[in-house]
Structures are given as structure tokens and as C-alpha cells.
Design a binder for this molecule. Structure first.
Ligand code: NDP
Length: 257
């Protein structure tokens, strides 16, 4: 008999921002490990397309979906209530929804600063808080916050993103401080440069692309598939004593100058 350490059969996982990109890859990985996945996004049409794709792959019984804006506290509370009443208790939450906005600090509008902070950081607090209520009651749960190499590193033109992802690290620690005693493990995954819609313009930019290849010890862009193994591990019983950590999945970028 094989190991059941990473088996997620029957566990309900909500992955925010899973209509595309990294969130979609994580959702697929969790579904392959046996979880019932609740797909999520804001754009209902795109979410419906991804849901249909997953249903064809995994069956309608283990694929659900919910749409809400992660920056809207009331919509988040309603969305989590809907998932828990219609699908069941959320055992695994992946706070993945996020946006980028590239403008030099001196030209940055406060509305854009607020939007990035709300989408990348406040959302993890809002969705995490609502999901944790049930997890605390039941005395178990896994929360995975998606950080970034920008949790540790800055670059010109992405100040709100860098500030938000640094915040995700310390929010992960703050959640651990309050919820670890309820057998809830909260950790973060910090991806390096991953080829998705968010980074397509960077891949297309010849000089940025060659800078990435030179600056990454593994000499390549990450793929969404690279994030799946660590996500399945952190969602599983194999990570039951892993608390408050940030796991960098970056081809070595943050450890080599
Ligand atoms: P994408 O732009 O490909 O996808 C973003 C997802 O988030 C979509 O599903 C989108 O749904 C959802 N989303 C955005 N805003 C909201 C909102 N207000 N409410 C609900 N859903 C929302 O992003 P990536 O897959 O590239 O990135 C995913 C995460 O990984 C982000 O947190 C990002 O910061 C992080 N990351 C990405 C890296 C990369 O290189 N790509 C590197 C490091 C970290 P919809 O289409 O409906 O808006």
C-alpha cells in the first residue's frame, strides 16, 4: 500500500483566484491529490469556463465554484458561508488572488496603492478570518498564503506589490500566533518569476527575459506546475508541524546574488 501522507481525499479546499494562473494549477494539484476543490474568481465567465474544464477532468461531484470580490468584506463573508453550507467545511484555504501594478513611486496614485494592498494583503486577512472561524470550531485546518520573492526583494516600479507581499509574510506569522493552538497550520509559498498572464509582458520583453534567465540560478522561468508539489505538501498531513513558514519556490533567486 502506498503512503497516505499526501492524500487529500474528501477534504474541501477553497483556492482564491483559481480561474487561471498559479491558483488554477494549485487547484488541479489538490484535486489530483483527492480534494474537493472550490474554484474562485471575480469574473464569472472565466470562472465558469475553468469549472467546466475541471468538471470534465475530475467529475462534477468534486468540483465546485464561487465568485466574489476578495476585497469586499461582506462579499467574502457571504461567499465563505455559501461554500460551507452548500459544499461543506473548508479544510484547506489557499489565499492566492492577487494583482500587480507597475508605476514608479513618484507617479503612483493612492487609489492604485490601496487597490493592490487590498487585493494582495487585506484579502488574505478577510478570507482567512472567515474561513478560520469554522476551522477553529472544528480544531483543524490548513491556510496557505501566496507570497512572492518580493516578500524579501524590492524592484523599482512595484512598491505596493512589494509592500503587500512583505505584509503577507507577517500576516502568516500573525495568523500562526493566534490560530496554531487550534491545530491550524498557516504557511506561505513565495513563488519566484512564474510564467502566467500576470507576467506575460515581462516574458515578451527581451531584456527583462534575459535578465531573469541570468539572475535565476536555475536559469529558467518557473512554471505553474513548479508550485503544485509544495502546495500539496502544505495542505496535507505531511505538514502538520509546519507553522508560520515562508517557502521560497524560486529556482534559487533569493539565495544567490
Ligand atoms: P493571474 O493574474 O494569472 O490570476 C489572478 C487570479 O486572481 C485570477 O483568478 C483573478 O480572477 C483573481 N483575482 C484578482 N483580483 C481579484 C479580486 N479582487 N477578487 C477575486 N479574485 C481576484 O495571477 P498569477 O497566477 O500570476 O498570480 C497568482 C498569485 O501568485 C498572486 O497572488 C501573485 O501575486 C502571486 N505570484 C505570482 C508570480 C508570477 O510570477 N506570476 C510570482 C510570485 C507570486 P479574475 O480573473 O476573475 O479577476
Amino acid at each position: 500500500m502506498g503512503s497516505t501522507l499526501f492524500d487529500l481525499t474528501g477534504r474541501i479546499a477553497l483556492i482564491t483566484g483559481s480561474s487561471r494562473g498559479i491558483g488554477k494549477a494549485i487547484a488541479r494539484g489538490l484535486a489530483e491529490a483527492g480534494a474537493t476543490v472550490v474554484l474562485h474568481g471575480k469574473d464569472e465567465r472565466r470562472l465558469a469556463e475553468t469549472t467546466a474544464e475541471f468538471e470534465a477532468e475530475f467529475g462534477a461531484q468534486t468540483v465546485k465554484s464561487v465568485a466574489f470580490d476578495v476585497t469586499d468584506a461582506e462579499a467574502v463573508a457571504r461567499g465563505i458561508r455559501t461554500v460551507e453550507s452548500e459544499t461543506g467545511p473548508i479544510r484547506i484555504l489557499v489565499n492566492n488572488a492577487g494583482v500587480q501594478h507597475r508605476v514608479p513611486l513618484l507617479d503612483l496614485a493612492v487609489e492604485d496603492w490601496d487597490r493592490v494592498l487590498r487585493t494582495n494583503l487585506t484579502s488574505a486577512f478577510l478570507v482567512g478570518r472567515e474561513a478560520a472561524r469554522g476551522m477553529i470550531e472544528r480544531g483543524s485546518g490548513k491556510i496557505i498564503n501566496i507570497a512572492s520573492v518580493q516578500t524579501d526583494l524590492a524592484r523599482p516600479t512595484i512598491a505596493p506589490y512589494t509592500a503587500s507581499k512583505g505584509g503577507v509574510r507577517n500576516l502568516t506569522r500573525a495568523m500562526t500566533a493566534e490560530w496554531a493552538e487550534h491545530d491550524i497550520q498557516v504557511n506561505a509559498i513565495a513563488p519566484g518569476y512564474i510564467h502566467t498572464e500576470m507576467t506575460q509582458n515581462l516574458v515578451d520583453d527581451e531584456s527583462f527575459n534575459s535578465w531573469i534567465l541570468g539572475r535565476t540560478p536555475a536559469h529558467r522561468w518557473g512554471t505553474t506546475a513548479d508550485i503544485v508539489g509544495p502546495a500539496v505538501w502544505l495542505a496535507s498531513d505531511g505538514a502538520d508541524f509546519v507553522n508560520g513558514q515562508v517557502i521560497f519556490i524560486d529556482g534559487g533567486m533569493t539565495v544567490v546574488v
